[in-house]
Ligand binder design. Structure first.
Ligand code: FEO
Length: 404
């Protein structure tokens, strides 16, 4: 891996993580993820963000540093925008290689470094608006961005090059390979990263959309020429693109979102699926687009992404042991944790001898304040009367999306 120059004194060095591990132990990264760090050279040298020892990330960074005539011992300041271990897991080993490097982070970050790594010496707390003079006219400024997505988070601003080291904000899943800049990828590749940005947002950041909006307001005051996040593409040609994408995704927390429907369903023996097919016919008759995901078969990180961007949901599940079908209960719980507010929702499902999903479901979604269409349940296989009613429910939901 080579270092890539953002300016004559700023370089991106990144490690591509390709693994069967899950990100944060939860989220699929089947197309990888990049851990981006940045070097800023004045008389002194700063490294912005680190890596964890994962998929040979430290070796990848070392190789990139070598390509610009440096090594880890060359670094005078390590700026840690965020202490989550994907960016700090290798900190003790880095410290052993370079005991004289000063670490800069927020006050909350300092406490986390102590608790995660038992490191206290050589850590400098910086506050919102503080600066670090590297010499030769190179200055870094620190801007607190709490809760994007951890409370200790800050971003770092290099005014001379107009580069915002934005940490997780404006990041995405997806390994980069040898290219890092937005203008180095084809439109198809950029479309891939746009999908992976949405999935990253829905999986990692969505619960904190209010704080994302506050961070974006701060970012809009800067004359940004390059957005340099800690994951994914470095945006130098069109930095506004990724800022606007994040602003759009944050706005979905309040609804409405895109004029689409996300259908999430589980079925034990096909009876709920038979009813769902009727709902889908109704949606199709109204010409509204939809994405469909089956639980538990499909990766819920993708389910969450489609649900986040859709204005409406269909939740289809049978009653299971007097309660919600367990894989769907898990997805509803995720929707709650990720603050999937502002949706118009139709719930349907079959039951055997008695219902029960309805009661548990209604209690579970209460905090989400969804606009709920009248739900529809039926015993066993749907009758012709049920089919007609379900088609009509599908049409009603689709019309509500179209007219929002
Ligand atoms: Fe990429 Fe929140 O760490």
């Amino acid at each position: 891996m080579y270092a890539v120059a953002i300016s004559d004194v700023v370089y991106c060095i990144h490690a591509d993580i390709r693994t069967t591990d899950l990100f944060e132990g939860i989220w699929s990264i089947k197309d990888g993820v990049s851990l981006n760090s940045y070097v800023v050279k004045g008389e002194k040298i700063a490294l912005v963000d680190l890596v964890k020892d994962w998929s040979e990330a430290p070796s990848q960074l070392a190789e990139a540093l070598t390509s610009i005539g440096m090594d880890f011992a060359s670094i005078d300041y390590l700026i840690l925008n965020h202490i989550e271990p994907d960016h700090t897991g290798w900190l003790k080993e880095f410290r052993a290689l370079n005991p004289h490097c000063e670490i800069l982070c927020t006050d909350k970050g300092c406490k986390l470094i102590k608790s995660f790594y038992k490191i206290e010496a050589g850590v400098r707390v910086v506050k919102d608006g503080d600066t670090l003079d590297l010499g030769n006219g190179q200055t870094l400024a620190f801007i607190e961005a709490p809760n994007v997505h951890w409370p200790e988070t800050m971003v770092t601003w290099h005014e001379a090059s107009g580069t915002l080291f934005s940490c997780d904000a404006f990041g995405s899943f997806g390994a980069l390979g040898e290219r890092v800049f937005d203008d180095a990828f084809t439109s198809e590749e950029r479309a891939f990263f746009e999908r992976e940005t949405l999935r990253y947002y829905a999986n990692i950041v969505s619960s904190f959309s209010l704080f994302v909006e506050k961070a974006i307001q701060k970012a809009r005051r800067l004359a940004i020429k390059c957005v340099a996040p800690s994951h994914g593409i470095v945006w130098r040609k069109n930095p506004q693109k990724i800022i606007d994408l994040y602003a759009t995704y944050a706005s979905y927390a309040k609804g409405p979102a895109e004029k689409e429907i996300a259908i999430v369903w589980g079925s034990m023996y096909g009876n709920t699926k038979a009813g769902l097919d009727a709902v889908i016919r109704g949606i199709e008759a109204e010409g509204v687009s939809y994405a469909i995901h089956r639980a538990p078969d499909e990766d819920f990180s993708y389910v969450l992404a489609d649900a986040w961007k859709s204005s409406a949901l269909v939740i289809a599940m049978p009653t299971y042991e007097y309660a919600m079908f367990p894989p769907m209960a898990h997805i509803i719980d995720l929707f709650k944790r990720k603050h999937l507010f502002g949706k118009t929702v139709l719930r349907i499902g079959s039951f055997g001898w008695i219902g029960g999903a309805k009661k548990e479901y209604e209690a579970a979604i209460e905090p989400l304040k969804w606009n709920n269409l009248e739900s529809y349940e039926w015993p066993g296989f749907p009758s012709q009367e049920d089919i007609i009613a379900l088609e009509e429910r599908g049409k009603e939901l689709a019309r509500s999306v179209r007219e929002t």
